[in-house]
Design a protein around this ligand. Structure first.
Ligand SMILES: *Cc1c(COP(=O)(O)O)cnc(C)c1O
Length: 366
């Protein structure tokens, strides 16, 4: 059986260092707000070529805290709008709702499934405050065009980098391409903890301070509360795990690209469309998505050949019960993507034989 993502194999590939480091922190007796988090925050900010990193509890909180901080800093009102791709993972959209702002769904580009300036521009109103770009599947959005539009209309740009750790745009890392960025270190992400974890990355000192305060009950000074904050912390154990794994992130992403290259070169089946890749360094292949009009048949065919695949994602956010007020919306590109998309296994620990097996299986789908 070829697993979609073999977490056990990933974790054991970091042994024995991982267990040694975790044991050291367990023995230390210090589990929150300590040196391990500070060390990881410094390393991750540097990795992203950014000046500030604030560790938080998960990716959803990272996004929410950025928006809440901007609300505090700029006096935004309930109902102010944030433009977000309609085909993203629902967490991106939930963060906007949680911050008391209104998500405005934007159709993606048909070819790369990413949000783009052309589709953003007609959605901008006098209430628009920010654009949330999502580097979906691991591929960076066309940031020059998006930043130009944002600047013209006085909008802030937040990057949802939950699927794109380490991806590059014209030589610059994601995380420093907008005004702030949110990362998730959910175990299945390209940089994953052994549980939930996340981070906010930014070059804006005031934003970093505000996020840190909001994530700590709205308190900067103990027992003095400036905001109605939340408790969202990265803990010392998860920070230690991330510090062990970060130095291998670029090599792991290279291995993902290598596998993606082999898929693209060797899969040749007129029924299956390969993903579009703008630049190789601009893609870290969090998932490798193909498109197929008979997607469910293809998935069944691969399951029969012992290959586990996933759908990212089966139901678009505007068709979810959680957002019943959007059920009337017609978003044809988003809906088509959700109908046709299928993710093949890809991970740094997949063997060449496994990759070949996937290629053969896709090629003999009729
Ligand atoms: C995983 C993910 C998130 C949420 O991260 P969590 O750590 O699971 O809260 C947000 N946005 C996107 C695009 C994601 O893939």
């Amino acid at each position: 059986m070829i697993k979609f993502f073999d977490l056990q194999r990933i974790t054991s590939s970091f042994e024995p260092q991982l267990s040694t480091e975790v044991q050291r922190v367990v023995s230390s007796g210090w589990y929150l707000l300590g040196e391990e988090v500070a060390k990881f925050e410094k390393a991750f900010a540097e990795y992203c070529d950014s000046t500030h990193c604030v560790g938080v509890a998960n990716g959803l909180d990272a996004l929410t805290l950025i928006l809440k901080a901007w609300r505090e800093m700029y006096g935004w009102h309930t109902g102010d709008e944030v433009i977000v791709p309609a085909n993203t993972y629902i967490a991106s959209i939930l963060s906007i709702s949680r911050a008391g702002l209104t998500p405005i769904l934007c159709e993606p580009n048909e070819d790369d499934a990413l949000i783009c300036a052309t589709n953003i521009e007609p959605l901008i109103t006098s209430r628009t405050r920010a654009i949330m770009v999502v580097h979906l599947y691991g591929q960076v959005c066309q940031m020059d065009d998006i930043r130009t539009i944002a600047r013209q209309h006085g909008l802030l740009v937040v990057e949802d980098c939950a699927q794109a750790h380490g991806a590059l745009y014209k030589g610059a890392r994601v995380g420093a391409l907008g005004d702030a960025a949110a990362f998730s270190f959910y175990p299945g992400k390209n940089l994953g903890a052994l549980g939930d974890a996340g981070a906010v990355v930014t070059n804006d000192r005031t934003l970093a301070r505000t996020v840190r305060t909001l994530a700590n009950y709205g308190s900067r000074e103990k027992y003095v509360n400036q905001y109605q904050g939340i408790n969202s912390r990265l803990d010392e154990l998860q920070a230690t795990v991330l510090s062990v794994k970060l130095p291998r992130l670029d090599a792991d992403n290279d291995r993902r690209r290598q596998i993606a290259r082999r898929y693209i070169r060797n899969i040749s089946n007129p029924l299956v469309q390969m993903p579009c890749v703008h630049t190789w360094l601009g893609h870290v292949f969090h998932v490798f998505t193909v498109r197929c009009q008979r997607r469910d048949d293809l998935q069944q065919h691969l399951t029969k050949q012992d290959i586990q695949t996933l759908i990212h994602y089966p139901i678009p956010p505007h068709k979810q019960q959680a957002y019943a007020e959007w059920h009337h919306l017609s978003l044809p590109v988003t809906e088509r993507i959700h109908r046709e998309i299928l993710s093949l296994p890809i991970s740094p620990v997949m063997t060449d034989d496994e990759v070949q097996h996937v290629i053969d299986a896709v090629n003999n789908f009729l």
